[in-house]
Design a protein around this ligand. Structure first.
Ligand code: HEC
Length: 121
């Protein structure tokens, strides 16, 4: 991991995520509730609150809240496999299990700008 964007952010993320590393499963069902506790490290970049980029400022960071769950899961699997290239996201996705990805996708897809239960607003 050299020259990655937001190295300290990712370092913290990987430390947190190490606890979630698990064997890959096929056909995993995501839980938005479980996902809620796994997105803490994503919020710094994918700032849900008012849909702005918190960091890194020079990059356009896609909005994840309200995005289709399958789309988010596909994107994360692509970063993990290296089919889609972005070093920071690759480092993060590599640390996620299939269950983590499913949970995170379920969580983000359930968010909207008007979500009453969005704890990050
Ligand atoms: C250090 C900043 C940073 C962190 C932390 C981060 N991301 Fe990202 N993410 C980005 C950037 C920048 C992109 C756009 C990269 C590109 O152009 O491919 C991106 C892209 C994505 C995409 C693709 C979205 C799309 O519309 O194509 C998904 C999904 C995603 N991130 C999920 C996550 C999740 C889930 C986490 C937490 C586990 C996370 N990211 C943490 C910066 C970050």
């Amino acid at each position: 991991m050299k020259k990655i964007v937001g190295r300290h952010v990712v370092g913290a993320a990987l430390t947190v995520l190490a606890g979630f590393a698990a064997t890959a499963h096929a056909d995993v069902v995501g839980s938005a509730k479980a996902g809620q506790s796994k997105v803490a490290m994503c919020i710094g970049c994918h700032g849900i609150p008012d849909y702005r980029t918190a960091y890194p400022e020079v990059y356009h960071v896609p909005i994840l809240g309200g995005q289709n769950a399958q789309y988010i899961a596909n994107a994360l699997h692509s970063y993990k496999k290296g089919d889609r290239h972005f070093e920071t996201m690759h480092a993060i996705a590599t640390s996620l299990s299939d269950q983590d990805i499913a949970d995170i996708a379920a969580y983000y897809s359930s968010q909207t700008a008007a979500s009453k239960n969005n704890p990050d607003k």
